[in-house]
Each structure stands twice: as C-alpha cells, then as structure tokens.
Design a protein around this ligand. Sequence first.
Ligand code: ADP
Ligand code: MG
Length: 273
Amino acid sequence: MNNAVFRPKEATQVTETVIEAKGLDLTYQTNDGPVHALKGVDLTINKGDFVSFIGPSGCGKTTFLRTIADLEQPTGGKITVNGVSPEEARKARAYGYVFQAAGLFPWRTIGGNIRMPLEIMGYSRADQDERVKRVLELVHLDGFEKKFPWQLSGGMQQRASIARALSFDADILLMDEPFGALDEIVRDHLNEQLLELWARTNKTIGFVTHSIPEAVYLSTKIVVMSPRPGRITDVIDSPLPKERPLNIRDTPEFLEIAHRVREGLREGHAYDD
Ligand code: ADP
Ligand code: MG
C-alpha cells in the first residue's frame, strides 16, 4: 500500500480558486438612464486570500460584493464561486456577510442574534448553543451572550456581527466597510483581531474599505477601483508577511504599497466630479 495517501491535507500546498470573475458587467437601469456599476471586471481570488476593495464612493465595491453573494445579478460576463454559480454557492452556505452597520436586532440578545441564521437554517438547539459559544470565543466576546446590543460598544457590536457571519462555518466572509463608522483606535484593535481570526480560521475574506492603511495592513491582495464605469484599475499582491504587528505600518515596504494604492486612486479619479 502506498503511504503517500495518508499525507495530511495541510501538507499539500495547492492554490485553490474560490472566486473568479471574467469580463463581469453589471448595469443598473435607472430613471436617469443606465448606470455602469461594474464593467469588464476580471479578478481571481484564491482560498485563504484577504482581499480589500478600495476606491471612491460609487465605484462598484458594494455591487461587486453583492454579486459574489448572489444579491445582484450580473448583466454580462461570468462569475463563479467555488467553481459554481453564486446562487449554488449561496445555497451551499458558502458566505457570511457583514454589513457596515452591525445590523443586530435590538430585541434579541447577542446570543439570540448569532442564533438567528442557525434557526433559519434548522440547526438543532444543542448545535446552536455550541456554535454560539464557539464564535463568541473567536471574536473575544465570551460572557456577552445574554447582553443586548445596546449594552455593547460599537466595536463590540461589530464583533458580534462578525460572529454571526461566522456561525455557520462559511468559508468566505464578505465584509462591506465593517469598521467604517468606528474611531481609529477601535478600528486598529479590530483590524488586529480580524487578522488573527483570519490566520486561525483560514477563511477567504473580501473586505471593502475607504482607508488606505486599513487595506494595506489587512490584505494579501488589494484591488483598486474607479467609478463611471465601475472598474478595477490596479491589483496589488502584497509582499508583506502574514504575521503583521501594527507597527508594520511604519516600515518602508508598507509605505511603498500605500503609495502605489494612492497613485492608483489618483489616476482613476476624475477631478471634475
Ligand atoms: P460603492 O460601494 O463603491 O460606493 P456601489 O456598488 O454602491 O458603489 O454603486 C455603484 C454605482 O451603482 C453607483 O453609481 C450607484 O449609485 C449605483 N447603484 C448601486 N446600487 C444601485 C441600485 N440598486 N439601483 C441603481 N443604481 C445603483
Ligand atoms: Mg458601498
């Protein structure tokens, strides 16, 4: 018998494509005429990538995330998720989605909020309990299960919302400006925690932000976008190591990537708008 077949899964380093967009178009029909939210978008995201989308408002960041999650239908081109259509991937519970506002239901406890998708998906009560406990630990909110959202700070609410998105073991986490409304100190802290969580769970993350330092600090891949029509103007594969203390932001390597992102944003921006 060949022993090679018993090699642990981790030992085989194969790049696995998770999301692939080819010539993706999405045009919204509005009363003021067509809006080209996405035009000719080509992008490959691999398993375990942390991908940030950055660009001025209206460049299609949210539309792209929503298209991945099967919340919008492309009007042209092709997109696959785990090799199948976004719809099939959604039905296989491939995604967790975190919105800008935490979106927690005020009449439910933190535990009750996290439990919600699990109830809808029909998990047993015992399984729900176990999962709520585990994801609360993951975001360092152990002990907060019985609190209500208003009893938590903004940063803690956003962590609870991340816990909810993680509760059913989706491999892909889509986050649309999750920390946009938080002050910088809290955001720094959440960024560190998110990197730690990502390293521990090996999720594939799509993350929308307006902040250049946030994008560079978090990402393995930075996608710079530009509006009218919404399109990708640069894709930067980060040379930074996976392990990133906050003070990496003072290194020349970091500043060099930040500079390239800034240049990309400037080139794609029309100053007459
Ligand atoms: P971003 O997230 O980068 O700010 P969006 O993806 O939200 O950009 O929007 C891209 C463009 O599509 C914008 O011009 C926006 O006004 C338009 N848009 C977004 N959603 C809709 C919609 N449901 N109907 C019509 N136009 C939309
Ligand atoms: Mg948006």
